[in-house]
Design a protein around this ligand. Sequence first.
Ligand SMILES: NC(=O)c1ccc[n+]([C@@H]2O[C@H](COP(=O)([O-])OP(=O)(O)OC[C@H]3O[C@@H](n4cnc5c(N)ncnc54)[C@H](OP(=O)(O)O)[C@@H]3O)[C@@H](O)[C@H]2O)c1
Length: 265
Amino acid sequence: MPTTSPIAVVTGASSGIGAVYADRLAARGYDLLLVARRIERLRSLADTLSEAHGIQAGIIEADLTEEKSLVHIEELLGSDERIALLVNNAGNGKLSSTGDMSDADTASTIALNVIAPTRLTRAVLPAFLKRDAGAIINIASVMAFHSLPITTLYSATKSYVLALSRGLQGEVSGTGVRVQVVLPAGTATEFYDHAGIPLSAFDPAAVMTTENLVDAALAGFDQGEDVTLPSVHNTELWADYEQARAALFGATQVGIPAPRYLVNS
Ligand SMILES: NC(=O)c1ccc[n+]([C@@H]2O[C@H](COP(=O)([O-])OP(=O)(O)OC[C@H]3O[C@@H](n4cnc5c(N)ncnc54)[C@H](OP(=O)(O)O)[C@@H]3O)[C@@H](O)[C@H]2O)c1
């Protein structure tokens, strides 16, 4: 049966954070387009959510590191007027030094974490702006502002997602379009099965459940937040960080070297 419900597109919906977003968005009445490589998992989730919430759930088998998959989804995002929400969630990250990481893993992480959300955002944004409605939720990470020797590449990609999102928020300011960036800390998903370090290696007290993470992120969305840090209790920390960042940027706008670098004069 055709419906007029808004559609949420969720990448990486076959497990973890994306699967819980799919559930919560279905409960909110969205029809779904679920994207990932593991088609059987998507099919099973789509069937469960359709039945539980009376929504329509479509599935797209796609490797978002591949051009043909990106083109296919870009075309949908640009043409289906019911698409109201894009959750750029699919992501990966081997936890190892850049030297120990294979060329294939390096390319895959950059393609999935950087290129894919950029391409999908660029595909949907003109349609959202034309309709003056729609939202993009980008899943970054707290590693966006913290690099460790084993997270170099992953942190770099998530810094990109944060910077992309912050810039986009400026672009859509004053319109009916929203961009939220979510920065999870450790969350109990299959991410660590692929990362090379098991979840059990982390302090359980520092790891959030996937349900709590997504529910908090959606609460932040409902509250109109641009940047959501589900595990950060003290909101002043982000405000202070942003203030320091803006002050630092302001201090760069002087056009002359700082005296400590004027060694020959
Ligand atoms: N878990 C954490 O501690 C944590 C913390 C901060 C941020 N995050 C971020 O949260 C997001 C979701 O990760 P998660 O923790 O939920 O991990 P997850 O359970 O491993 O989920 C990753 C999802 O991405 C999909 N995916 C992976 N490679 C893909 C590809 N080439 N093409 C299409 N889809 C692909 C996977 O589906 P298929 O394998 O079926 O394709 C899966 O649905 C990621 O962006 C991650 O960086 C996670």
